[in-house]
Design a protein. Structure first.
Length: 315
């Protein structure tokens, strides 16, 4: 019954979160095989501007980004997912050196597997060495003494951390690297809620399925008995915190048991389980986080509407 990724840390987090007030679940639960596939569908939705905006920036500036990062680079990507946008960076890398290596790090084994086969087909000269681990565990397992590294962290995944966590996380990333290594990081910028909210609550309901998959996963892997039709996907803009939030709202008074945790909870009508934050960076905020984490910001690329920024910072 319990899934292979049920670590004691994750179990503690889920138990604490389900018993908290307000209730919450850790975003680590999103990305099993179903969740990764749903996320790929989200990236293709017309409402989900972040992927295509960041891709446009990479399409226009990939060569420049690599030029700025340095020569003889190894690419390491955190939370690489399908690695689709990374093809643009790899193409630029292999246009200027005869071969190269790419290390995608992700907690989703299926995403890594699919990404690797697509990469080897597109770039026969590329060495791909996937690491199935969390971000820092993956970085810690890299062997040192290699040429300069460019660590890539796209999709504004950094926005899933609150600013203090983001600073501490980026400090840990820096500590795992060598002086001269670089970081290329995508950050989604604050914009009108009329653009933000549909990006997290699309007309086809794919984001709702992605959110509900967290409960479906607890049912599949942990013997929980969440009735999915008893929950409603809620996406809201929290202007004070400058973040999009996703919640699952109970539509009835209901009791839920999570067998693997030997836990039973009672949810009231309208009660929410908070599943994700996506911080949207106001001017200067992302730059300040990088600075506070000890990174030296070298360059920033944005789109014409200033919806998204990609920063290059040095260790
Ligand atoms: C928002 S998606 C972004 C995917 C891709 N980088 C993009 O820009 O489209 C986040 C990715 O990070 C992975 N991920 C989430 N938490 C992680 C963690 N703690 N360690 C490693 N990977 C993680 C997920 O499996 C997923 O592929």
């Amino acid at each position: 019954m319990p899934g292979p990724q049920m670590t004691s840390n994750l179990m503690d987090e889920v138990r604490t979160g389900l018993l908290a007030n307000p209730r919450r679940l850790p975003p680590a639960l999103f990305y099993d095989a179903e969740g990764s596939a749903l996320f790929e569908r989200i990236t293709e939705l017309p409402e989900y501007y972040p992927t295509r905006t960041e891709r446009d920036i990479l399409e226009r500036h990939a060569a420049d980004m690599l030029q700025e990062a340095g020569t003889d680079l190894e690419l390491v990507e955190l939370g690489s997912g399908s690695s689709t946008k990374t093809h643009l960076l790899i193409h630029a890398l292999l246009s200027r050196q005869p071969d190269g290596s790419y290390v995608p790090i992700d907690v989703s084994a299926t995403a890594l597997k699919h990404a690797k086969s697509a990469l080897l087909e597109a770039f026969p000269r590329l060495e791909v060495r996937p690491i199935h681990a969390d971000y820092l565990g993956g970085l810690a397992s890299l062997n040192h003494g290699h040429a300069r590294r460019l660590v890539i962290f796209l999709g504004s995944t950094i926005g899933n951390f609150d600013p203090a966590q983001a600073t501490s996380f980026l400090r840990s990333v820096r500590a795992a690297l060598q002086p001269g290594d670089a970081l290329l990081i995508g950050m989604d910028l604050a914009k009108a809620p009329t653009i933000l909210i549909p990006a997290y609550d699309d007309a086809l309901g794919v984001t709702a399925l992605f959110n509900l998959n967290v409960l479906a996963r607890l049912n599949r892997d942990w013997g929980a008995d969440f009735q999915l039709e008893g929950f409603h996907h809620v996406a809201l803009w929290n202007a004070v915190e400058s973040r999009m939030e996703m919640h699952l709202e109970s539509q009835a008074r209901q009791f839920v048991r999570v067998a693997a945790l030997d836990l039973e909870i009672a949810l009231s009508v309208g009660e929410r389980i908070h599943t994700e934050n996506s911080y949207k960076f106001r001017p200067g905020v992302g730059e300040a986080i990088l600075h506070d984490a000890g990174w030296l910001l070298e360059r920033t690329w944005t789109d014409e509407q200033k919806w998204f920024a990609v920063h290059l910072a040095r260790c």
